[in-house]
Design a protein around this ligand. Sequence first.
Ligand code: MRU
Length: 338
Amino acid sequence: MPTLKFHTIKWLDGELEILDQTLLPAQEKYIRLSNIRQVITAIKTLQLRGAPLIGVAAAYAIAMAASTCRSRIEFAVAVNEIKSARPTAVNLSWAVERMLVLYDASADAPDREQKLLDLARQIHAEDAEMCERIGVFGAELMPENGAVLTHCNAGALATAGCGTALGVIYEATRRGKKLSVFADETRPVLQGSRLTAWELMREGIDVTLITDSMAGHLMSRGTIDCVIVGADRIAINYDVANKIGTYSLAVLAKEHGIPFYVAAPTSTFDRQIASGIDIEIEQRDPSEVTDCGGLTIAPEHIRVYNPAFDVTPNPLITAIITDREIIRCKRWAEHTKS
Ligand code: MRU
């Protein structure tokens, strides 16, 4: 696994230090979040983002709330705000629920605050371990020598470890596989160009940036050997919610007979939701679409639709790579035939 030259999140002297991802790639700046309001704002504004990383930050936010809220009601309000900061990534509510179980169970404990902080640290460490294991499971699925297409950022920047989809690429490279990566720029927030391209270049991986609309062309020319993406929520039937544009890529991959892999930790599986249709899709501010790099690129008052995620139905997925196993999906047979 790579020895990362940056960190996304660190608990330091009672505060959260995070890498402000809204400033990348121009500036690598760490900021301190000293209260839950700042953590919630950082999650909402994408200063920290990516489903697993949001979960880790939410766990620390609950620990902060437990030590600063003066009443049970104040704590309940804080929990609610943390939980609803972003609706699609289930890792957030998964981490909050884990923290709340301990909060309730340790009601009479004199060291409740410490216990909660210890659990947040454990969730943090577990996330890094899950990334490593995803890398190990996924590396074997990567071609010996080939091109991998990825979307959004499911790398170290999206987790507290080496990443999910990019973790697989790091581990395969470490094993000597010769991979080149095509990174979709990922409109409208450009996590692909601002974050994935930055991260992969820093880690010495061969990466080429493309706009989202170029993926089909590359596939039609036989340039792409497989697609690998992350996930924000996986339903019981293994439908996958991920960054907007993932579904289109999966359709394209199926059309061209290219394997489509999803890499995600167990914290991304939602055991309450039967299928993708029930997953809440976050709608984001229209300005993400109408403005780019400080410039307005659309007419004033234009109506905008800006869902941050879409759902890829399981039949379009070849396999889901988790920290425990490779879940072979309906498309698996297609890729084992040849
Ligand atoms: O809006 P973002 O940047 O939080 O969206 C992130 C993604 O869609 C990632 O692909 C997903 O969270 C998986 S990260 C390991």
